[in-house]
Design a protein around this ligand. Structure first.
Ligand code: C2E
Ligand code: MG
Ligand code: MG
Length: 715
């Protein structure tokens, strides 16, 4: 099917113009030909009628007188009329009166039947009937037949003219359509071309050329205006796009930076986490596994040993006299020593064994999959031997030994806790047996622990039954030879076992918390006792009371002290509280706060057993201490041990430089006394003067002041 829509406009226009002009020309031609034919027919009819009238007029007489010759003569003039083919005159009795037939033609005349006046046009001729009248009465009929060549000639001519006109009009319409095309289609084509260019190139700066106030002109203007707006929008869009791209690029850069930061943070967090993980499971000083990791390993090795039915061993190591080295030579040396020892221990054991540091000078070795207890003993011996060689630290040649306790799975315990506990107990046994030894755990040792439990029960009863009592050991001023004070020392007066030393029951009292009520009782009793001595006239005396860590860490302890002071109505300046180094540093911040508050009550603070703990100088500086008591363990071998001499000298020098009072405890002989005297020590304590005695004995001592005076102090 011919689809008009697909035809280009220029064709459509041409088609339209040609069709219109053709149709209108055709219509005009038909109308013209028709009207021309009617008029020419009329002319022919009029001609024929005139001719017939002449014939009728001329033949009237012939009819009246029945003269056919005259009538025939009338028709003779028709010979000059070329178009007349035939003619006849009929009388009223329908008789042919005269006839004429154009020479050369063979034509039949119509029947003589009279017809009405009429002109009849047939294919290529015309017939006319006219009445012949005389005095108003019809007397005959004239018949004329003529060719209509005139009509045909004229039609042929007309058609020729029409064809010419048609051709001219086609030409005109073609030119017109071409003209119209220029006017209509060119702008449209330009529009279309620009629209295509805009679409393909996205170039909104192009414009359609063309003006005018007609629809096309308006269309071009609107189209260009639309392009203007699109271009503005496009520019804005481009601007937005550029800004957006810039923002996206910026954001991308920021995101990349953030990602990088995140990655760095992640790596840092991971490394921190790894470090934390490492620190959580390793000892910071030696890098050895710590208690936590060791515990894990013991548990997994025990599970393995249980499945495989093998043995495992735990060696509990505690270095002998390490504290002395640490305190005398300083922490740096102590730390270095610990690192060397950790290294040596690692070298002594197999790869599958674990050497862990539990803290301080305590180590533990886990020996999985050993064939028997003898194996553990062999390794323990190897460890002891590998420490024989002196260790040089900071220019010092140090000799260190260790005591080792051994527990074997499954004989000495089926779980980690029990095995550790039993190895610990046997280590203490090794210490008791003279150190530098390895001792296997035995059930009897555990009996010792059970003994401790029994002791706790008994201690509770002892408090209820007032079996606790205080002994007093004098402090002696060797410059004036008088007793300046006493140290209160606790005793348990057991009904069957006699006096039990605090060293035997104090750990139980501390572990069970019984030390708190006991400690309070000691404070009250000792202060009241001093008050009694004051009342007895020895007003210059002071009293020293020992404290444990459990007492110190208990909130409101200073109130307990204040109560004891009030209760005894004693001047706080006459009292002194002794804390050991280990107690002090157990929780240094709490200790410091408590001591500050205690100082506020007016009591003095003494650092007891100085040199045996970990603290030494740095702690001493931080704590509000008034007095330092050199531990008896340093005094024991003085002046024979050069090491002890050095330590004692160092402590005295340090106390002097810090302007602290100094007491030397454990003076048992005159050599020791003289040594310290020469170093400027004035206050001493020891068996040389008196063992701790009961209050009554102490009073006697005061009254007589006999003891110090009877001794020949200077040899
Ligand atoms: P400490 O405070 O250092 O007391 C000195 C210890 O050395 C006393 O032992 C004393 O008897 C002993 N001693 C004194 N002079 C000499 C001597 O010349 N040679 C020898 N070898 N020893 C001497 P004790 O009474 O057995 O007390 C042991 C520790 O128990 C005390 O050491 C103290 O830390 C603690 N303690 C005693 N009583 C109490 C108390 O009431 N409360 C608290 N928390 N601890 C106490
Ligand atoms: Mg003491
Ligand atoms: Mg002491």
């Amino acid at each position: 099917m011919w689809n008009l829509r697909n035809i280009p406009i220029r064709r459509k226009l041409s088609l339209l113009i040609v069709t219109i002009s053709t149709v209108s020309l055709l219509l005009a031609s038909i109308a013209f030909i028709t009207s021309d034919r009617i008029s020419i027919q009329q002319t022919i009819t009029d001609n024929l009628r005139t001719m017939a009238n002449i014939i009728a007029a001329n033949s009237t007489a012939a009819l009246l007188f029945s003269d056919p010759v005259a009538a025939q003569e009338t028709l003779e003039f028709l010979k000059t009329q070329q178009h007349i083919q035939t003619a006849a005159i009929f009388s009223m009795n329908e008789r042919e009166f005269a006839r004429y037939i154009k020479p050369g033609l063979k034509l039949e005349l119509p029947s003589a039947k009279l017809k009405n006046e009429n002109a009849l046009f047939w294919g290529d001729y015309v017939e006319l009937y006219t009445h012949i009248t005389y005095q108003g009465e019809q007397i005959g009929v004239v018949y004329l037949r003529s060719d209509i060549d005139l009509i045909h000639d004229r039609l042929t001519r007309l058609l020729g003219i029409i064809a010419l006109v048609f051709a001219v009009s086609l030409l005109v319409s073609f030119i017109l359509s071409a003209q119209l095309q220029r006017i209509i289609t060119d702008p449209l084509l330009r529009l279309s071309a620009i629209a295509r260019q805009v679409r393909t190139e996205k170039n909104y700066s192009v414009r359609v050329i063309g003006k005018g106030n007609d629809e096309l002109g308006n269309l071009i203007t609107d189209f260009n205006t639309m392009l203007d707006e699109i271009q503005i929008r496009d520019n804005e869009l481009e601007e937005h796009r550029l800004k957006l791209e810039e923002r996206v690029a910026r954001r991308t850069r920021e995101l990349e930076d953030a990602n990088m930061q995140l990655e760095i943070s992640k790596q840092q967090a991971e490394s921190v986490a790894n470090r934390m993980e490492y620190h959580a499971h390793h000892d910071a000083l030696t890098g050895l596994p710590n208690r936590v990791l060791l515990h894990d390993r013991i548990c997994s090795e025990l599970a393995h040993a249980r499945r495989q039915q093998t043995n495992a061993a735990l060696l509990f190591l505690d270095l002998d006299r390490f504290k002395i080295i640490n305190d005398s030579l300083g922490h740096a040396v102590g730390d270095q020593l610990l690192r060397v020892i950790a290294h040596r221990l690692n070298d002594c054991v197999r790869e599958e064994d674990t050497v862990a540091r539990l803290g301080g000078d305590e180590f533990m070795v886990l020996l999985p999959r050993i064939s028997g207890s003898a194996d553990a003993g062999r390794i323990a011996k190897k460890i002891i031997d590998c420490l024989v060689d002196p260790i040089s630290c900071n220019g010092h040649e140090l000799h260190i030994t260790t005591s080792i306790g051994i527990s074997i799975f499954p004989y000495d315990g089926s779980d980690a806790e029990t095995l550790i506990k039993h190895a610990d107990i046997s280590m203490y046994r090794a210490k008791e047996l003279g150190r530098n030894k390895a001792v296997y755990y035995t059930a009897e040792m555990n009996a010792g622990s059970r003994k401790q439990l029994a002791m706790e029960t008994n201690l509770r009863k002892a408090i209820e039954k007032n079996q606790l009592t205080l002994f007093y050991q004098p402090k002696f001023d060797i410059s004036s030879n008088i007793i300046v004070g006493f140290e209160a020392l606790l005793r348990w007066k057991h009904p069957t076992m006699g006096f039990i030393d605090p060293l035997d029951f104090m750990p139980v009292a501390e572990d069970s918390g019984l030390i708190v009520p006991i400690g309070e009782w000691v404070l009250h009793t000792a202060f009241r006792q001093l008050k009694e001595w004051h009342n007895a006239g020895f007003t210059g005396l002071t009293i020293a009371v020992n404290l444990s860590s459990a007492q110190l860490s208990r909130p409101g302890f200073e109130e307990v002290v204040e109560r004891a002071l009030q209760d005894s109505d004693l001047d706080a300046s006459m009292t002194e509280l002794e804390i050991t180094e280990n107690v002090a540093i157990k929780n240094i911040d709490i200790t410091m706060a408590v001591l500050e508050r205690l100082k506020f009550t007016g009591v003095s603070i003494a650092m007891d057993d100085f040199g045996t703990g970990y603290s030494s100088l740095s702690y001493l500086r931080r704590l509000p201490v008034d007095t330092v008591k050199i531990d008896k363990s340093f005094v024991h071998e003085i002046p024979d041990s050069t090491e002890d001499v050095t330590i004692a000298q160092a402590i005295i020098a340090m106390a002097q430089s810090l302007k602290l009072s100094l007491i030397v405890e454990g003076i048992e002989n005159v050599r020791q006394l003289n040594f310290f005297r020469q170093l400027g020590v004035t206050i001493v304590q020891g068996y040389l003067f008196s063992k701790p005695v009961e209050a009554a004995e102490a009073l006697k001592m005061l009254e007589s002041q006999s003891l110090p005076r009877t001794i020949n102090l200077v040899k």
